[in-house]
Write a protein that binds this ligand. Structure first.
Ligand code: BT5
Length: 324
């Protein structure tokens, strides 16, 4: 059933808005014309707008702003990422589900997406505000053949991919704040949370959690973060199709990930530096062991932040909150 659905969406995706005859659909799917009609009705119930014209067949006029597996897979350009999607309307956290799936052996590229998280998480047990239907709350499972120390590379790689995708889809120009924030006009629009299942020398899986504020209005943010948070729609002044952005993000991650596995972190680092706002500036870094102030010199080949204090000592910072 779901395989047939997948094939049907692929057909519409290939047709790029042109008509496909009912006859052709039933031949390709290997089902009766009545069954085709039922599939079309199901898609309509989910919010797809489909036009049916006698003798011409069916065409897609509009897709809903949902982030179900169907919407994401219709037009998806990747080879492996997002080819299996686990969608739920409401979850505690997509990270928790992805971890469980990874533990059970889910393939690389498996994506967990939800319309709403009731206990979305940030780093260090902080909350991530994830209201229904307005943002992208998703977790991607990767199984990179790299040692655990290199996992921070994937956070930076993901930040670059999301920044590129935002730029391509919306025209907005994002900044990256080390290690895991994407800002637009100085406000946080994206947070990334990377979690590992690993042995000392080997990664079993990396779960990359991505939270992207897409269509929220200012009033929809809780008061305590209203001054520091923003959404793409606020910055752009118009709503954005979330599924389209998810597709672009997965595509960009796949390209960069492939490049990373072939050529290492260097090319990714260069791209990252192009988006980084915190480098070459005086910053304050709050770490678990204390607060440091100094000049952010850059990141090492491991993705570690280098900070030079007033005495000229260089500190290597693995994890912190940065203030400019
Ligand atoms: C992060 O943590 O920025 C990582 C956020 C990762 C969220 C994704 S959503 C899908 C997946 N499933 C999850 O449960 N999590 C991941 P951190 O750097 O610790 O930032 C957290 C801080 O950002 C909070 O303490 C708030 O101040 C602020 N914040 C919370 N929700 C926000 C939002 N929607 N937009 C902007 N800022 C927010």
């Amino acid at each position: 059933q779901s395989e047939t659905r997948k094939k049907l969406l692929e057909l519409f995706s290939e047709a790029k808005g042109d008509f496909i005859s009912g006859q052709k659909i039933s031949e390709i799917l290997g089902c009766s014309r009545t069954a085709v009609w039922k599939h079309i009705e199901d898609l309509r119930k989910e919010g797809f707008e489909l036009e049916a014209v006698r003798r011409l067949g069916y065409r897609i006029v509009n897709t809903p702003d949902k982030v179900t597996a169907n919407e994401i897979q219709l037009g998806l350009k990747t080879e492996t990422l997002g080819r299996y999607i686990h969608f739920e309307e409401e979850v505690t956290s997509t990270q928790t589900i992805a971890q469980k799936l990874a533990y059970e052996g889910a393939k690389e590229g498996t994506l967990v997406v939800a319309e709403q998280q009731i206990a979305g998480r940030g780093r260090m047990a902080r909350n991530w505000f994830s209201p229904k239907g307005t943002g992208i709350w998703m977790s991607l499972i990767l199984r990179p053949p790299i040692p655990p120390q290199k996992a921070p590379h994937l956070t930076l790689l993901t930040a670059v991919a999301i920044a590129q995708a935002i730029q391509d889809v919306t025209g907005l120009v994002p900044d990256i704040k080390w290690p895991n924030d994407i800002l637009i006009n100085g406000k946080k629009c994206v947070g990334i949370l990377t979690e590992l299942q690993a042995e000392p020398d080997r990664i079993h899986s990396v779960i990359i959690g991505m939270g992207i504020n897409v269509n929220q209005t200012v009033e929809q943010f809780p008061e305590d973060i209203r001054a520091i948070a923003t959404s793409l729609a606020i910055e752009k002044g118009e709503k954005i199709k979330r599924a389209e952005l998810v597709q672009e993000i997965l595509f960009k991650i796949e390209m960069l990930y492939r490049q990373y596995l072939q050529h290492g972190f260097r090319p990714i680092k260069l791209l990252w530096e192009g988006y980084a706002i915190s480098i070459g500036k005086e910053i304050t870094a709050r770490t678990l062991s204390g607060t440091l102030r100094g000049m952010a010199l850059g990141i090492t080949d491991e993705g570690v932040l280098m900070l030079e204090d007033a005495d000229g000592n260089i500190h290597y910072i693995h994890s912190a909150d940065i203030q400019l």
